[in-house]
Design a protein around this ligand. Structure first.
Ligand code: AMP
Length: 281
């Protein structure tokens, strides 16, 4: 099967989308930074279930990386990504940094509320970078729906809030986290882990499942402290957070009301990687 065409400019993207619209077809957008794995591909498949056409954007967004982070080293494997999308996506949109942010670019989208804690606290400016690029991609492509992974739970809430607040005419569709056979959430950055670190990383979801199971039967602070100690014992560290929050606003919860939804969220460093995971409580 042929890989999908790649376009690099907004004008080409809009021309392709306009032709599909004229034929009465719906469009799903899957925003990514490339280095595609099964998690991304699951989003594309889910997009194709909702729309006749799937567009995958591949853009390593400098605005969501801090100067100390891995922007330059982030894996860029364009040809491999295109091959992985053969028969799945209809178009790849891969703009250059100068197309997205030409000289003089001066606009930033900031979302208060769900951006505040957790990743927002650990990575100042990160969610403004995410919201800015996602707002641009949604306006550039004007899809019927856009697919986002629950793997990045807080990002999903930030994008959902932004689309609602700005009346963007798009449905933000969440997709469950795709995991490997040991339950580790797939991530492009897992490629940085040594075999020994990978074995430890695969225990994160096991600890989280146990913590999630105990949170409704024992005091929250006690269960979280034990979970944190266990992660440290396994070799994770530092642990940026292991916390429970209201799922949409991301307000931290220290008591769980019966029947009220809650989300367990964790970020822990392991060697060169900061692992993120989350699950329903
Ligand atoms: P990224 O390329 O890391 O920016 O991710 C692009 C999209 O894929 C985001 O919506 C992520 O949440 C989603 N994603 C990444 N990894 C996974 C996964 N393991 N399961 C589900 N969605 C994922």
């Amino acid at each position: 099967m042929q890989p999908p065409d790649t376009v690099r400019t907004v004008a080409e993207l809009r021309a392709r989308v306009a032709a599909w619209r004229a034929a009465g077809e719906r469009i799903a957008l899957v925003p990514t930074m490339g280095a595609l794995h099964e998690g991304h591909l699951a989003l594309v498949r889910a997009g194709r279930e909702r729309a006749e056409r799937a567009v995958v954007s591949i853009f390593v967004n400098p605005k969501q990386f801090a100067p100390t982070e891995d922007f330059d080293a982030y894996p860029r494997v364009a040809e491999k990504d295109r091959a992985a999308l053969a028969g799945l996506a209809d178009l790849v949109f891969a703009p250059g940094v100068n197309d997205m942010y030409p000289p003089g670019f001066a606009t930033e989208v900031t979302v208060a509320g769900p951006s505040g804690g957790f990743e927002g606290a650990a990575r100042p400016g990160h969610f403004a970078g995410v919201a800015t690029v996602v707002a641009k991609l949604l306006i550039q492509c004007a899809p019927d729906c856009a697919m986002f992974g629950e793997k990045d739970w807080q990002q999903l809430q930030v994008v959902t809030r932004m689309a609602r607040d700005l009346d963007l005419p798009v449905e933000i569709v969440p997709h469950p986290t795709v995991r490997d056979e040991a339950g580790l959430a797939l991530s492009s950055r897992n490629a940085y882990l040594s075999p020994e670190q990978l074995a430890i990383a695969r225990k994160l979801n096991v600890v989280l499942s146990r913590v999630a199971g105990e949170l409704r039967v024992r005091p929250v602070a006690e269960v979280l402290a034990e979970g944190r100690a266990e992660l440290e014992r396994l070799g994770f560290g530092p642990i940026d957070y292991l916390a429970v929050a209201e799922p949409e606003s991301l307000t931290p919860l220290d008591v769980l009301a019966p029947g009220r939804p809650a989300r367990l969220l964790a970020a822990a460093r392991l060697g060169p990687v900061r692992l993120l995971d989350n699950m329903a409580v």
